[in-house]
Design a protein around this ligand. Structure first.
Ligand code: FEO
Length: 388
């Protein structure tokens, strides 16, 4: 059993069978549901795990505790990937008290009925002593549900951060690959809490007042080194700032003609010294393309007119961006339409109320297949995109 710090144990589980996290995100390397146990005069368990891993998790707890039993189950987050075993825990340890806030207990009742007889209702900033250690609760509404609270243990400088600072991937080994964490951590963050940048900023302000030595999230590896790297990324993401000046071209293409326009644009961008990533929204992981749209400063949207609208994957993509507060970017359009092209107008209409977007003057309209005029327009679009 992994010891995080003296008296703080990891009792979580790894899910390597899952196909889609939250029913939508691909997780080729699985995901972990982290849970922690604090051994002091009192015993506190921090969050449960996903429904499929109840027995394994209870066995992990028993292995650490031997003859002792938990005094507290602290529920930081009620989403079922962490809370599914609250009832099972109370059946195993009926004398334990459940620690949460008013919203936590309303959700416990909604999920399980009146299963908690011994409850400790805490307020924001309140502290619970468990012996030499004391736990201070900091509410973090909408990071990622309204009842979420983080927990800080001052003696060891550990922040139990709920979903914050989590990532996809069940196993990061002994040494965290920072590039892998950044890529999957971004996809996780933008997908799950990207909409709630203002709330994440408030949490970061609370965290700045703490002496944090270790971050224990509910997914992904425990963070003990390079904390500035992780906190810096969260700060950037939650302020909706691009990480770089690179270009993302997100496209759909029915017969390959829009794709040809995209490939030509990518060549022009590379020739001019720009860095470009191209994503086919019908074939690539859309959550990756969404995360990259928040990573990069410049985005080209390229699609066809379809049923007097835009191609469905592009509509889904733009809606996912808008839902997550997409802003502060340089944007351009390529459209294709054989008789009544209207994709660029529709895409722009979906985006134009977003804050801080600047649109390239040149929009490229392909009428079925690329022609010489289109080639010149694409060169100009590349220039406008890179000059901005
Ligand atoms: Fe990992 Fe919001 O649950």
């Amino acid at each position: 059993m992994k010891i995080i710090k003296d008296g703080i144990y990891y009792v979580g589980v790894k899910d390597e069978q899952i196909d889609l996290f939250e029913g939508q995100y691909s997780v080729p390397d699985g995901i972990s549901y982290n849970s922690y146990l604090l051994l002091d005069a009192k015993v506190a368990v921090m969050d449960t795990v996903d429904a499929f891993f109840g027995e394994e998790w209870l066995n992990n707890i028993a292995e650490v505790l031997g003859e002792r039993t938990p005094d507290y189950l602290i529920v930081q987050h009620m989403e079922p990937d962490h809370s599914a075993n609250v009832k099972a825990f109370l059946e195993r340890y009926p004398t334990a008290a459940v620690v949460g806030n008013e919203k936590t207990f309303a959700m416990i009742n909604a999920f399980f009925g009146e299963v908690v007889t011994n409850k400790v209702v805490v307020k924001d900033g309140e502290t619970l002593s468990i012996g030499k250690r004391s736990l201070t609760f900091a509410f973090a509404p909408m990071v990622h549900w309204p009842e979420v609270m983080l927990t800080y243990e001052a003696t060891s400088g550990v922040l139990f951060s709920a979903d914050a600072f989590g990532t996809f991937g069940a196993d990061y080994g002994e040494k965290i690959d920072l590039e892998k964490w950044k890529s999957e951590g971004r996809r996780y963050y933008i997908g799950i809490v990207g909409k709630y940048g203002a709330q994440v900023q408030r949490v970061l302000q609370k965290a700045a007042a703490l002496d944090i030595k270790t971050i224990c999230p509910l997914h992904g590896p425990v963070l003990e080194e390079n904390l500035g790297f992780f906190i810096g990324l969260y700060d950037k993401w939650s302020r909706y700032e691009a990480e770089n000046e690179d270009v993302l071209i997100a496209y759909t293409s029915v017969y390959g003609n829009t794709k040809k326009a995209v490939e030509l644009l990518a060549e022009e961008i590379k020739k001019a010294g720009g860095s470009v990533t191209v994503r086919d929204l019908a074939r690539d992981d859309i959550s990756l393309a969404v995360a990259e749209a928040f990573e990069k400063k410049k985005i080209i949207f390229a699609t066809t007119t379809y049923n007097a609208d835009i191609f469905p994957f592009m509509r889904t993509f733009i809606e996912a961006l808008v839902e997550r507060n997409f802003k502060n970017r340089r944007v351009g359009f390529i459209e294709n339409g054989s008789w009544a092209p209207m994709a660029a107008k529709i895409m722009r209409g979906m985006l134009e109320k977003r804050e801080g977007l600047s649109f390239c003057e040149q929009t490229v309209t392909v009428r079925s297949a690329l022609n010489a005029a289109n080639e010149k327009e694409i060169a100009l679009l590349a220039k406008q995109l890179l000059e901005s």
